[in-house]
Design a protein around this ligand. Sequence first.
Ligand SMILES: NC(=O)c1ccc[n+]([C@@H]2O[C@H](COP(=O)([O-])OP(=O)(O)OC[C@H]3O[C@@H](n4cnc5c(N)ncnc54)[C@H](O)[C@@H]3O)[C@@H](O)[C@H]2O)c1
Length: 465
Amino acid sequence: MAEKSNNSRRKFIKQLSATAALAAAGPLLSNAADLKKKQILQPKNRISPNDKIRFATIGMGIMGYNDTATALKVPNSELVAAADLYDGRLTHVKELYGKDIFTTRDYREILNRKDVDAVIVTTHDLWHDTISIDAMNAGKAVYCEKPMVQHIDLGHAVIATQKKTGKVLQVGSQRISSIAFEKAKEIYESGKIGKLNLVEAKMSRHDALGAWQYSIPPDASPKTMDFDTFLKNTKKVPFDPVRFFRWRNYNEYGTGIPGDLFVHLLTGLHFITSSLGPERILASGELSYWKDGRNVPDVMTAIMDYPETKTHPKFQLMLSVNFADGGGEDEYTRLIGTEGMIEMSGNSFKVKMNKLPEAPGYGGWDSLDTFSNEMQKAYIADYDKKYPPSTRTVKNEPDIVYSAPQGYDEHVDHFHNFFNAMQGGKPVVEDATFGLRAAAPAIACNLSYFQKKIIHWDPVNMKLV
Ligand SMILES: NC(=O)c1ccc[n+]([C@@H]2O[C@H](COP(=O)([O-])OP(=O)(O)OC[C@H]3O[C@@H](n4cnc5c(N)ncnc54)[C@H](O)[C@@H]3O)[C@@H](O)[C@H]2O)c1
């Protein structure tokens, strides 16, 4: 029996690498050397240490400021320009980064500049594909925030433009560059958790800001903001700063919980398991608490079926997000297999090994006690012959606990990887194709929720079926 399960496990673990063997050698502990190795190696991969990467950020909102500050932590990077539709955010760019930074409401002015090598696209989801495509066509590398596109059918044009222009495009779900995810991938590939059969991922929040009720500046007006450009090709509505600053609450401009949060969970999972994605997607949700005019749910659950591939067996995925979780805030992704579990949480994870013994056992909550005395004796005699003591227990390996060193920031590594690829280093993992494979099943949750049906997806050809 043990041999049989080993065989079926091996069938799915085709990528046993030298590093996986290393992971199998013993418990991993948080290791400062890992961090040092990574951060020293990356800048060295660059073509020339004197090469500067000059970038501009398009969309100087919450993530625009966050991405800009993070990108500037990478040596040799420089902010030269910024675009935004609200003047106050452009004023603040100059307050923070100096009056020489070029600022504009019109992102095309940034794409025309020769001193911009790369753009960070941090607008609301509605604009991601258009600006990314325009930027690559203008010869710029693109760091596009997740989800790469707002609608599934927009994804192939981004992939085609990336291929045509040969420009680097990296999507901004930064966990993929985390050393913790790299280690978890090694452990998954080493087969320690047996045959993967279920993944449970959860994010819960319990505060107004977590539920996207962001602050609105007192000077918001049609004069200080370009509301028409914000609306792009969506239905014209009267000026409304709530829509502008809290766009996530409206299906027209964002992607709701799936495109905001499920997409991160899918990115991490696809990276660890080298998966191309699910083929069946079902989502349900409700607007339970934050009834502030939004037209997207604040509680959502999705179930996805992943087909067997070379890198993973058939398994199920359950995702849930609750913005009014009285149980408190929580976030984890559990990869559950027949012989153990990896539980990811931020830049840390735990691995539990829990193999079943070959012998099934008897007694307790069992039918044995209901047999006649003679049959009980016969059963036990037969059992003793069939299952010697060595088959009755399993000595499981001790748990593995991994935690990235204190202060470690996967977001900085994500920018390292992006700039490094621009300078001829290793290609990025989270390219346009990866980006669509993570975004599409997430967005399919919206289709499932709004159309009340199961969505079928072809993860290889990246098409709705
Ligand atoms: N990777 C992550 O962890 C992470 C975290 C938060 C947000 N995000 C992503 O970042 C993006 C932005 O989110 P946010 O919370 O910063 O939103 P935000 O509303 O705070 O900022 C978006 C900004 O984009 C500007 N903008 C919109 N359209 C524009 C256009 N055509 N030209 C120039 N500027 C334009 C708006 O004026 C606004 O200031 C979203 O796609 C979101 O999913 C990613």
